[in-house]
Design a protein around this ligand. Structure first.
Ligand code: IPE
Ligand code: IPE
Ligand code: MG
Length: 248
């Protein structure tokens, strides 16, 4: 779906926060230190988005493939998520941040599911920044869930196969209530999507930086936003068409 943001400011930013482990390795520290530093960075980035009145920020915290990591690292990440959520939720709430999660949460430890649920219910009515945390999320999982939902509705006779269109699929995907991401950022130097928002990124501007996530900062996010401002989003049209419509 075509969506354009006013004044070329991104309304919705989606980030793959990558490079924690390498940041730590480079300093001779355990990977855990990188993940801890990464949580601090996220905090600063959220504050920046609040101050800049960005509508939505979606961050990739744990992919459906990250279960393949050593069990110790996975366990440690879970502990860090629980601690960070519990420590920060009140302050985020004061800033009117609305915290929601996307992904299959059922595989997480119950303690984490409880923290997630209390963050969600505490902040669910907030009207500030929409912070979406992708946890045990995979773009293919997301599309599969939508597919199954629609198939179930078809088999119950509620809808007909011919009625299924892109809009109906979109409505059944994660982030359906938000405009699609305008700006995608991946830190850490790799240029891949790693099963992030496969459908939702169809027309997103892609920004890659070598900076490791713990070294990312509000200043660097501002640079990415400046880069975004200079992009011409054509959505399939020509530059001349956009000029005529006064959009360029
Ligand atoms: C991203 O950093 C955090 C998670 C995937 C949870 P990494 O842990 O992937 O760091 P690198 O890519 O190994 O440096
Ligand atoms: C992507 O990072 C997932 C998160 C940042 C949570 P990875 O480090 O897991 O990605 P790959 O496996 O290198 O593509
Ligand atoms: Mg990585």
């Amino acid at each position: 779906m075509e969506q354009e943001s006013p004044k070329n400011k991104p309304r919705h930013i989606a980030i793959i926060m990558d490079g924690n482990g390498r940041w730590a390795n480079r300093r001779g520290l355990p990977r855990a230190a990188g993940h801890k530093a990464g949580i601090k960075t996220l905090r600063k980035i959220v504050e920046f988005c609040v101050a800049e009145s960005i509508m939505a920020l979606t961050v990739y915290a744990f992919s459906s493939e990250n279960w393949r990591r050593p069990r110790r690292e996975v366990g440690l990440l879970m502990e860090l998520f629980i601690t960070a959520l519990n420590e920060q939720v009140d302050e985020l709430h004061r800033h009117q941040v609305n915290i929601q999660f996307i992904g299959d949460l059922s595989r997480f430890p119950h303690k984490l599911q409880d923290s997630i649920e209390s963050a969600r219910s505490l902040t669910g009515g907030n009207t500030g920044l929409n912070l979406r945390i992708a946890a045990n999320y995979g773009g293919r999982w997301d599309i599969t869930v939508a597919f199954k939902t629609l198939l179930a509705r078809i088999s119950r006779g509620e809808i007909d196969v011919d009625q299924v269109d892109e809009e109906m699929i979109r409505e059944n995907l994660a982030l359906a209530d938000l405009p699609e991401p305008d700006l995608f950022i991946r830190t850490g130097g790799d240029q891949r999507i790693s099963n992030y928002l496969l459908w939702q990124l169809a027309y997103t501007e892609m920004y890659f930086t070598d900076v490791y996530w713990p070294d990312f900062s509000p200043e660097k996010l501002a640079e990415a936003c400046d880069w975004f401002e200079g992009r011409q989003r054509r959505f399939g049209r020509t530059s001349a068409q956009l000029k005529r419509a006064g959009r360029a």
